[in-house]
Write a protein that binds this ligand. Sequence first.
Ligand code: DGL
Length: 269
Amino acid sequence: MDSRPIGIFDSGIGGLTVLREITASLPGERLVYLGDTARLPYGTKSPETIIRYSLQNARFLLGKGIKLLVVACNSASSVSIPRLREEMPVPVMGVIQPGAERAAGATRSGVVGVIGTRATIASGAYERAITGLRPGVRLISRACPLFVPLVEEGWVDNEICRLTVESYLGDLRAEGLDTLVLGCTHYPLLKQAIGEALGGRVALIDSAEAVAGQVAALLRREGLESGEGDAGDREYFVTDASERFREVGQRCLGQGIDRLELVDIMPGA
Ligand code: DGL
């Protein structure tokens, strides 16, 4: 039994979709979440910058006594996992591998789409992971940078949202893909619009869901599960604008955010 918390970080709010799934499958686990809202977005930044930010976030969470680090950001997962594993004295899990495993297992047509931020798509991380598991798969990758601001604005089911999704993905209907990886924390909130744009016959792989199952398996394997009476409390930290985080975060989480604190993770910088 190990009652230390699980640390989760994202560039901002989107990682709450991962926290929500972990809470649903592991209600007794304590969770500490850091949203690096001061430096969001990560998806437009270089790998070097994203790695530096990720290491700073990880060190902050380590200071909270975590037993496992979950990188709940696709852009950060796609470039920083090897460095984080080198540096962290606790297990580190990203969202790419769990999503890739689901996609590789789900496709029947052998044509898989991957959508994400510019950083995630440029890294080729999903492509490497999926073809490592299913060598013959044909991959179609596409950066959809406007999806993140749409979700942040709460525009997930209006005309502008539908037009934007159609502009990015409409031509994929002719490609024969049967599986699409939602390779960004924000995209699960656009599931309906994306599903409709693709004609409803494509399996949408939510990396948030995939990672939650793997967190449970890892805790079991490593003997890190919390005790039976543990309450599963949650603490949230942000590096900027906590009220905005509370408001948009509630949409991602489907419930209120109580223990929220604004922090400076690099005092004096
Ligand atoms: N959390 C990021 C991701 O999953 C999206 C937002 C950003 O660009 O920082 O890639």
